[in-house]
Design a protein around this ligand. Structure first.
Ligand code: NAI
Length: 391
């Protein structure tokens, strides 16, 4: 295992599982790792079909002896190398997250795992317990808490600018699955609509978990109970493609969460509004460089990313002056910068600097899976109010 002294003089070495040719999120991870020069990608098992994986590895200049047939071979091949990877990024469909994360954790690697962290609550509990019992870091890529203004919004709520929170409205509508594209050869839609590969949630697991995490991250509120109504609008589809969830938060605030894969006209319409007894906040991911704040009886104020008076947690995640658009890739890179700092701090037995604080971990992954579980249970029970097992 590489010591802290060596770590201070080099980038973290990253391996990737999934994310091969034609895959979606693996490419975003690769962009994100490069922005801050904190990681170098040196190994991978990039595709479920090994030959395609090797061809892809070659195309991005991964050494042939570090392109592996599968994740098991990667664990074996990496674990005894003097230049072994520090962490693995898991960019595969949901059902594979648990066995892959478990194998790398047990071999002593740090893990960066896509959401939802697992497909079952039992697996999420087991993985979180394993992470806690190890000295390793497990990050979960809840992308949207990488945005600077999300950190500013969180700080505004915490310092009381909105007063007591009354209402939380969060929505994540998409249109891309408005027809049965899973039956027409769309591989990404195919696994997302297969309960064995996706888990119990359709839209609620895929994007509802993002919305739920974002609402909790900004408000600091914990769900006390929820009531859900799921729908499957596309005939033949096996999982929900639309979800409405009412949430009662601790302290009496009420939340409403909408996730949809059939919302025609919506590209990536993640939007959060928070209303307190002194003011309100509104933010939308398609315009992430502005945050709207309205005090009771006052005019709306547009808060811009990059402004000097933002809180340190927002400033450290902002790269360019206000007016230059920063977006999704930069937010994802902020997550990776945070993971790098969290990993280094842990190895060096020190507290992380600002960028490494409040990064999403296996605890958040577990809450996300518990949310999906409670939503599906509530729906199946006719919308009964249920308490998520982990909040
Ligand atoms: P995808 O279908 O585009 O790509 C999956 C990739 O994993 C493919 O390259 C496939 O060959 C590979 N793969 C599958 N099984 C494998 C295995 N056992 N070993 C090695 N490689 C394997 O999927 P997509 O859309 O990139 O989603 C992947 C994960 O990322 C999912 O868990 C999804 O929920 C999550 N995701 C997260 C987003 C975020 O904003 N954080 C956005 C989109 C997806």
């Amino acid at each position: 295992m590489t010591g802290a002294d060596d770590l201070a003089r080099r980038r973290l070495r990253l391996g990737m599982v999934g994310g091969g040719e034609g895959a979606y999120i693996g490419g975003i991870h690769r962009f994100a790792t490069r922005l801050d020069n904190a990681f170098e990608l040196v190994a991978g098992a990039f595709d479920v079909r090994p030959e395609r994986g090797h061809a892809f590895a070659e195309s991005i200049f991964i050494a042939r002896d570090r392109s592996y047939d599968d994740y098991r071979a990667m664990v074996e091949g990496e674990k005894n190398r003097p230049d072994r990877i520090d962490a693995v990024a898991i960019c595969t469909p949901n059902h594979t997250h648990f066995p892959i994360a478990k194998a790398f954790l047990e071999a002593g690697f740090d893990v960066i795992c896509e959401k939802p962290m697992t497909t079952t609550l039992d697996d999420a509990i087991a993985l979180h317990d394993l992470a806690e019992a190890s000295s390793r870091f497990v990050g979960v890529t809840y992308t949207y808490c990488g945005y600077p203004l999300i950190h500013h919004a969180r700080a505004m709520v915490a310092r009381g600018d909105l007063g007591a929170i009354r209402v939380v409205q969060v929505e994540y509508p998409l249109e891309w699955m408005a027809t049965a594209i899973e039956a027409e050869g769309n591989a990404q839609a195919a696994w997302r609509t297969d309960p064995k590969l996706s888990g119990r949630g359709g839209s609620i697991g895929d994007i509802g978990t993002h919305a739920y995490h974002l609402a909790g991250f900004v408000t600091g509120l914990k769900a006390q109970s929820l009531s859900a109504d799921l729908a499957t609008f596309v005939p033949g589809r096996l999982l929900d493609d639309n979800a409405h969830v009412m949430i009662r938060y601790d302290g009496g605030a009420r939340g409403l969460l909408w996730s949809s894969q059939v919302a025609i006209g919506c590209s990536n319409g993640l939007r959060l509004r928070v209303f307190g007894d002194k003011g309100s906040l509104a933010w939308a991911q398609e315009d992430p460089n502005t945050l709207s704040y309205t005090p009771l009886g006052g005019a709306p104020e547009t808060i811009k990313r990059g402004r000097e008076d933002l809180v340190p947690a927002a400033k450290v995640r902002s790269r360019t002056p206000p007016g230059h658009p920063e977006g999704y890739i930069a937010a994802f890179a902020n997550l990776y910068a945070g993971f790098a700092e969290a990993i280094r701090a842990r190895r060096e037995a020190r507290a992380p600097s600002e960028i490494g604080c409040n990064v999403p971990t296996s605890a958040d992954g577990l809450k996300g899976v518990a949310f999906v579980d409670a939503v599906v249970d509530s729906h199946e029970a006719g919308g009964h109010w249920l308490v998520p097992r982990f909040v």
